[in-house]
Write a protein that binds this ligand. Structure first.
Ligand SMILES: Cc1cc2nc3c(=O)[nH]c(=O)nc-3n(C[C@H](O)[C@H](O)[C@H](O)COP(=O)(O)OP(=O)(O)OC[C@H]3O[C@@H](n4cnc5c(N)ncnc54)[C@H](O)[C@@H]3O)c2cc1C
Ligand code: FES
Length: 203
């Protein structure tokens, strides 16, 4: 069985504790969710490059399970920033609200169907707040990232996107995770998963 890629959700260097937030999608995530403390699980990482430190006034845009690396990012700084936590519907908010209780972090929740928080897609919620943002950091489904990229381009705001390609080796050897960029094809596992928005070509 091939390994599966996951973001760091929380990490404590003092205790050595690493926390993942996993949405059950198929066989691999179901096996992980069903594992018990006695099971041995092979883990390789950390791999690739993460987000740079957000400046004050940044917007963190999370779609669904894309919340995981943004919670880790938010915990790296206490400068004021706003998390736009978006999902299709209320039942898809995987991250417990208490985990978002951090110094400097404001939360805006939104759903496409209006069942929790503001009504609207991540793109709509971002458009309403992009004016004057320090920078934008986003992780979520590809159509959401494409919309974030375009909104930030039009507003002249620097954006960083974390891409979620399917992966096999995770170390740059199989070239199974490439994405088109302005500098040619790049490997999401090794050259990313975080890229400057203006570099990636998202169709
Ligand atoms: C850099 C990175 C970080 C990620 N971080 C997280 C995280 O923190 N939490 C989380 O829940 N998920 C995360 N994902 C997505 C996660 O890797 C996939 O959901 C997982 O690999 C699915 O495995 P599976 O065996 O359960 O599903 P499979 O049986 O392999 O597939 C089930 C469904 O999931 C889709 N899928 C499979 N692999 C991926 C993938 N890599 N990206 C997107 N869709 C996929 C398939 O198209 C299919 O529709 C991340 C992906 C990447 C690339
Ligand atoms: S997963 Fe093999 S090169 Fe990226």
């Amino acid at each position: 069985m091939l390994p599966r890629p996951f973001s760091i959700y929380k990490a404590d260097p003092l205790t050595g504790e690493l926390v993942l937030l996993i949405e059950i999608k198929g066989r691999g995530t179901a096996l992980l969710a069903g594992s018990s403390p006695a099971d041995k699980i092979e883990l390789l990482g950390p791999l690739g490059s993460g987000f740079p430190t957000p400046p004050a006034g940044s917007l963190l845009v999370a779609g669904g399970a894309g919340i995981a690396p943004l919670v880790f990012l938010a915990s790296s700084t206490e400068v004021p920033q706003t998390l736009l936590y978006c999902a299709r519907t209320a039942g898809l908010f995987a991250c417990p609200r208490r985990d978002l209780d951090m110094p400097g972090l404001s939360i805006v929740e939104a759903t496409d169907d209006g069942s929790r928080g503001e009504k609207g897609t991540a793109a709509a919620v971002l458009s309403r707040r992009i004016e004057g943002a320090g920078a934008v950091f986003a992780c979520g489904p590809r159509p959401m990232l494409a919309a974030v990229k375009e909104i930030c381009r039009q507003a002249g705001v620097k954006a960083w996107l974390s891409l979620e390609e399917r992966m096999a080796c995770g170390i740059g050897a199989c070239v199974g995770c490439v994405v088109a960029t302005t500098g040619g094809y790049k490997r999401v596992c090794r050259d990313g998963p975080v890229f400057p928005a203006e570099e990636v070509i998202l169709k």
